[in-house]
Write a protein that binds this ligand. Structure first.
Ligand SMILES: Nc1ncnc2c1ncn2[C@@H]1O[C@H](COP(=O)(O)OP(=O)(O)OP(=O)(O)O)[C@@H](O)[C@H]1O
Length: 298
């Protein structure tokens, strides 16, 4: 068996206040896992994710991520996506999405970039100062996921996505773990649409990982089995799968899927009159920028 993707042993961390935020915390996530990190506001989820991303120095650290200490050894192959990016003034300037993508090397990952543009329904012609918060978030996700990663740390970045885009993103992420053995740790408060998605659920309470449940084992999550049984009884035993997600979610997701295919038919057309893919639009736009490289992130 290979090393876990994330291995944390007896981690204690504080911001200098009277008591630590993370207290002797231990847990692990196997490679290829999709682990949800759940817990109340202030439980320590973001703090833990930023430590795993190598953004905070921890003393005497028992933190190993992809076999390394992420702070000392650098966070190669680790991608962290948090909510703070949307407040960065750069992403509110009058800059076209195509330029941002080019500045982060979209041409190095044509297939991934093409797929992500479609999944996240990002229009390369958008200008960042004119987009909505949810659209800005979608651009962030394309930029963040374009380069392949071994561990993805997601801190509640899906809150402002519409249900269709969120569903598409979740299935892309599942494929990444299944085909590349990549690993995901995802802190969220929104569980609708996540039925059947995680392989593990870690519950953090007041700076301590209380339990990690394994959904890959039939008896690995007894509370969930019990909750499904109760709902089945209440619903008249209509079948476990329909109980994974709410009926309202299923209706809204179908509406948005229909909206999306209608809007796509009205998209930008090439000289032959055929609707262009997002990647074709991006490729056209990138040509305009020539070889001049401008790094917006410096
Ligand atoms: N920079 C900081 N300085 C001091 N205390 C902080 C700092 N950042 C977070 N904290 C404290 O650490 C605790 C854990 O915060 P954290 O953001 O990790 O929680 P969380 O589980 O991600 O919460 P939420 O669900 O609200 O996002 C909170 O009590 C918070 O007040």
């Amino acid at each position: 068996m290979s090393d876990p993707a994330v291995q944390v042993s007896n981690l204690t961390f504080g911001f200098g206040g009277p008591s630590p935020i993370l207290k002797d915390l231990s847990f692990s996530v196997p490679r290829g896992g999709r682990c949800l990190l759940v817990g109340a506001n202030g439980a320590g989820k973001s703090t833990l994710l930023t430590i795993l991303a190598g953004k905070r120095l921890v003393k005497n650290s028992g933190v190993r991520v992809i076999g390394k200490n992420p702070f000392d050894d650098g966070a190669q192959n680790i991608t962290y996506l948090g909510t703070e990016w949307a407040h960065n003034p750069i992403v509110r300037r009058d800059v076209p999405v195509s330029r941002l993508l080019r500045s982060l090397g979209a041409q190095r990952y044509p297939d991934r970039c093409a797929e992500l543009l479609e999944i996240m329904d990002v229009d390369p012609d958008w200008h960042m100062h004119e987009v909505s918060d949810g659209q800005r978030r979608r651009v962030q996700i394309v930029l963040g996921l374009m380069e392949p990663w071994e561990l993805l740390l997601l801190d509640e970045v899906t809150v402002d996505l519409d249900v269709l885009v969120r569903a598409e993103l979740l299935s892309f992420l599942r494929k990444e773990t299944e085909t590349r053995n990549a690993t995901i740790l995802y802190a969220t408060h929104i569980f609708d649409g996540l039925g059947g998605w995680p392989t593990h659920v870690a519950h953090i309470v007041d700076g301590v990982v209380d339990v990690v449940r394994d959904l890959t084992s039939p008896s690995g999550f007894p509370e969930l089995t019990e909750a499904k049984r109760t709902r089945m009884e209440q619903a008249g035993a209509v079948g476990a799968s329909v109980l994974d997600n709410s009926p309202l979610l299923m209706v809204v997701e179908k509406w948005l899927r229909d909206d999306s295919s209608r809007i796509r038919k009205e998209g930008r057309r090439n000289q032959e009159g055929k609707v262009m893919t997002k990647w074709e639009i991006l490729s056209e736009n990138m040509k305009e920028y020539g070889d001049k490289f401008y790094n917006y992130w410096n």
